[in-house]
Design a protein around this ligand. Structure first.
Ligand code: PAF
Length: 279
């Protein structure tokens, strides 16, 4: 099940292909939770074979971010993958993915300018580079990404379209805890008090949705309401709360076409994201 080498994955996929089997890929950074499991479950349903990649990609972390402390537990990840019916866990070393003198990058512009792209300037170049490497290594028919990282999903769709990569990108719904907090590996950073405070993200999402459902089309009014709610939580600090066009990620403050309302909020030192799409 566990494969650390690129050549090993390639040989396995080649053998599957020779039997005419379809292949699904679930790219992850590990420390898998119910959100990842929902992606793996769907990949297992829709493909003959499934590869889950587990790789904490240094290239997508900024210098002051949490690369060193990002939670890791490959044994638990393999157990979850096996139980969910995945066939291979691809878990390369950093040196396997980025050998010495690695100098090639995939950079998707425009769609990366706002939201997380603005607050995390190197992030999407790292994501696009590693995801396109994974696409080349695994050559999947379908690849599965969570809607929680809504901008990432839009960026990957754009990269796949622009570079004619032969893969179907499948977006999957946000999975939440019973109390509404979106599942994230970073939730493990939260103290009990912060975990409670973190509910402000899903509360803001619900407040924004309700306002639009009641007929509000003024984006500024929606964002103001959401921001006021978050600002009332002493442990929360807003990185952004923004409304953008669903596909291009351009700022758009009127609900007259499909929009993404996305937020990033620090709870203590932990940066959490959440969003909803209004269609
Ligand atoms: O969403 C993630 O976990 C990562 O950004 C991804 C897509 C696996 C690339 O490292």
């Amino acid at each position: 099940m566990l494969e650390k080498n690129i050549t090993g994955v390639r040989e396995t996929v080649k053998a599957w292909r020779s039997e005419g089997l379809s292949v699904g890929l679930v790219p992850t950074m590990g420390y898998l939770h119910e959100g990842h499991k929902s992606l793996i479950d769907r990949a297992v349903r829709e493909n003959d074979r499934v590869v889950v990649s587990v790789f904490v990609n240094p290239m997508q972390f900024g210098p002051a971010e949490d690369l060193e402390t990002y939670p890791r537990d490959i044994e638990a990840d393999c157990r979850l993958c096996r139980a969910a019916g995945a066939d291979v866990v691809f878990h390369p070393e950093v040196s396997e993915m980025y050998p010495k003198n690695f100098t090639s990058f995939v950079d998707t512009t425009g769609v990366t300018e706002e939201l997380c792209g603005k607050s995390r300037p190197v992030h999407f170049r790292g994501v696009c580079t590693v995801v396109s490497k994974l696409f080349h290594i695994v050559t999947p028919d379908r690849a599965y990404f969570g809607q929680k990282d809504a901008q990432q999903l839009a960026v990957i769709r754009r990269m796949v379209r622009d570079l004619n990569i032969n893969v179907e990108v499948v977006g999957c719904p946000i999975i939440r805890e019973a109390d509404g907090l979106a599942k994230s590996s970073r939730n493990t950073y939260l103290s009990a008090e912060e975990r409670q405070a973190a509910l402000v993200l899903s509360r803001a999402v619900n407040a924004g949705k309700e306002l639009i459902a009641r007929g509000e089309t003024d984006g500024d009014a929606v964002l103001q309401k959401m921001k006021a709610l978050i600002e009332a939580e002493p442990l929360a600090k807003i990185d952004y709360v923004e409304m953008v066009r669903r596909d291009t990620m351009e700022i758009h403050r009127t609900v007259d076409e499909p929009v993404l309302v996305a937020l990033a909020v620090y709870i203590g030192k932990t940066r959490l994201i959440d969003n909803f799409i209004w269609e």
